[in-house]
Each structure stands twice: as C-alpha cells, then as structure tokens.
Design a protein around this ligand. Structure first.
Ligand code: UT7
Length: 324
C-alpha cells in the first residue's frame, strides 16, 4: 500500500499595511503605469516594524491548522521555507514551533529563495513517504521588505511580504483516497547563475544582512525557460499533458512570466491562479498564499489535478503535481 502526502488544510497571512505603486512613485523614479505594464503588480503588503517572518508564518500556520481540523499535538514536523529568517540562527521554524506550543517532533528551515516552498514540500513529502513523519506543517514565509534596497527602482517595486502554510498528512492511497495527494516533485539548481540574483551580505561574507541584487532581464529569460521545462518534466513523469491540468499555481514574480508560460504550454490563462497584482513577489510565500486563496474560494476542488512551479535565486527551480 502506497503512503501519499495529502494537503488537508491551507492557510495564509498578509501584513495589514498595503503599499500601492503610487506610494512607491513618491520614493523612487517610477510610475504606476510602468510597474503595471512590466509586471502586473498593483500593490504589495509590507510587514509592520517589529513584525517578523516567524510572526507571519505563525499566523498562516494557525489558519492552516484550523482549516485542516487537526490539533498542534498531531504535528510531527515543521518545514519552513524562507530566505528572510528572523535571525541567522536558530531557524524561524523553531520559533513557530515554540509559539504553537509544540513540544515534540522537529522543526527546521529550508532555503531555496522563490523555489523554497516547492523544495520544502518535496522534503516534507519524502519524510512522509519513508514513514518518518505522518503530519507535517509546511510553510513559506518572507519579509523581503527587510532586504530590499529602497533606493533601487529596478528591484524595490517588485516584492512584498506574506506567508502561506499547508498541513500535509500521510494517507493510504486506496479506496476513496486512490491517487489523491502529491504525485511527484521535481527540483533543480544551477549555482553558476549566482550573480544574476543574490543578496550582497551575510554572516560569513560581509557581516551585514545585505540587499537584494538582480539582473532582471536575464532572470526573466531563465524564469520563462525553466518554469516551462520543469512543468513539462512533471507532466511527462505522470503521463499527463497540459490539457489534463485543472489548475496551475505558479510562483508569482511577474504577470508576463505567467503569460509566457501559458503560451508555451498552450494553457488557458483561466486555469492559472494569479495573485501577483495584489501580493507582488513574496518569494517562498507566493505559492502557498495563492493555494490558500484558490482553495478558500472554491476554485480548487477535490480530485483536481494541480501543478505548482517556481524559479528563484541560486538559480533554483522546481514543480509538484498534486491530485487534490
Ligand atoms: O522571483 C524570481 C525572480 N524574479 C523574477 O522572476 C523577476 C524577473 N524579471 C522581471 O520580472 C523583469 O525583468 C523586470 C520587471 C525586473 C524588469 O522588466 P524588463 O521589461 O526586463 O525591464 P528592463 O530591466 O529591461 O528595463 C527597461 C527599462 C530600463 O531603462 P532603459 O535602460 O531602457 O532606459 C530600466 O532602467 O525600464 C527601466 N526601469 C524602470 N522604469 C521605471 C527599471 N525599473 C523601473 C521602474 N520604473 N521601477
């Protein structure tokens, strides 16, 4: 009998403060029109002073736990994807663990920047498949506002803060559960592209936190190619074609990247969950935030074939196929 990881609850949290493009146009030389046309972004949420990544993660986790109808004592493991942890150590996951009142199991962070959630889901799914965990809380949480150079118009308009979480649970894939759950994960990295997207700081290099640096046009080019190829890889692995997909929940970096992916795979844009206009790029949080929205409003239904895909600094990229 095969053990599959089934997502039994999703949760999201966005900081209260919304910053519009018009507000940013007062700080750097940009316009609402440029940002909308080149990225599709209209606004982003920004964490309050003192509001940390683990605070956003905790709020999203509580929502996911309540949607799943489990109690904290059921959770065996927390895997938190973030590139903006509260502190260099310990992991932000252990802070969420303490705040939830979870006193057993294990909690740790995973770092793959914008692909972080797909990596974290892959890690959690593997723990479930080998029988080392039954119930895992998987979180994507970021406060990119803390690492942006707010005087650099080419990057500061693109990102936002937020968190999303899912509860994964082991279920026997038989009877009514047949074929439900995560069917496969596919992750990749290529460290040669470091200089196209990185943060120019860190404890062992500069002793500062640093700021995000990106060669946008190059990242865009790789993002379109890698997101399309890793989705095709996942579909082929499962003997599926793009037409079999009910929903694509991609990392939300730029509306034009999503349009290009849709075009390349001849996917109907109606099947793509798009939140970039309201959330901007929230890195590892973007997929679980979009998932929570599409599950919450009833777009994603049991039995649906759902694909996740992402690409980010490293470069890293990856995809997952889930039968909901
Ligand atoms: O999360 C995964 C990683 N991130 C991504 O996937 C992001 C990928 N890249 C992108 O989304 C796009 O490349 C950007 C949105 C970052 C930039 O769009 P673009 O169409 O590639 O623009 P560009 O970098 O080629 O810049 C075009 C022009 C430049 O001016 P010149 O050199 O042509 O005079 C920029 O200086 O737009 C200028 N520009 C701006 N103008 C107004 C760049 N940023 C801004 C801005 N407002 N905020």
């Amino acid at each position: 009998m095969i053990q599959r990881s089934v997502i039994i609850g999703c949760g999201a949290y966005l900081p209260e403060r919304i910053v519009t493009n018009a507000e940013l146009a007062k700080q750097v030389e940009t316009t609402d029109e440029w940002i909308r046309q080149r990225t599709g972004i209209e606004q982003r949420h920004i964490a309050a002073d003192g509001e940390k990544t683990s605070d956003l993660a905790l709020a999203a986790s509580k929502n996911a736990i309540s949607a799943a109808g489990i109690s904290v004592s059921d959770i065996d493991m927390i895997v938190l994807a973030t590139a903006t942890p509260d502190e260099t150590f310990p992991s932000s996951a252990t802070r969420v663990q303490a705040e939830l009142g979870m006193t057993r199991g294990a909690a740790f962070d995973v770092q793959a920047v914008c692909t972080g959630f797909v990596y974290a889901l892959n890690v959690a799914d593997n723990f479930i498949r080998v029988g080392q965990a039954k119930t895992v809380l998987v979180i994507g949480a970021e406060t990119f506002s803390r690492i942006l150079d707010w005087s650099d118009r080419t990057t500061c308009v693109l990102f936002g803060d937020g968190a999303g979480a899912v509860v994964l649970q082991a279920q026997d894939s038989e009877g009514t559960n047949r074929d439900r759950g995560i069917l496969s994960n596919h992750i990749h990295s290529d460290g040669r592209h470091h200089n196209l997207l990185y943060v120019d700081g860190g404890p062992s290099s500069t002793k500062t936190v640093g700021h995000l640096r990106m060669v946008g046009r190059e990242v865009f080019r790789h993002a379109v190619a890698n997101m399309a190829s890793v989705l095709v890889e996942a579909l082929e692995f499962n003997g599926l074609s793009p037409a079999d997909l009910d929903w694509l929940v991609p990392h939300q970096a730029n509306r034009r990247i999503l349009d290009s992916t849709a075009q390349k795979l001849r996917l109907d844009m109606e099947k793509i969950v798009v939140t970039v206009q309201r959330h901007a790029n929230t890195s590892a949080a973007s997929i679980p935030l979009a998932l929570a929205e599409a599950v919450g409003d009833g777009r994603i239904q049991p039995g649906n074939v759902v694909a996740l895909e992402a690409m980010g600094g490293g470069f890293t990229w990856g995809s997952s196929i889930i039968r909901w």
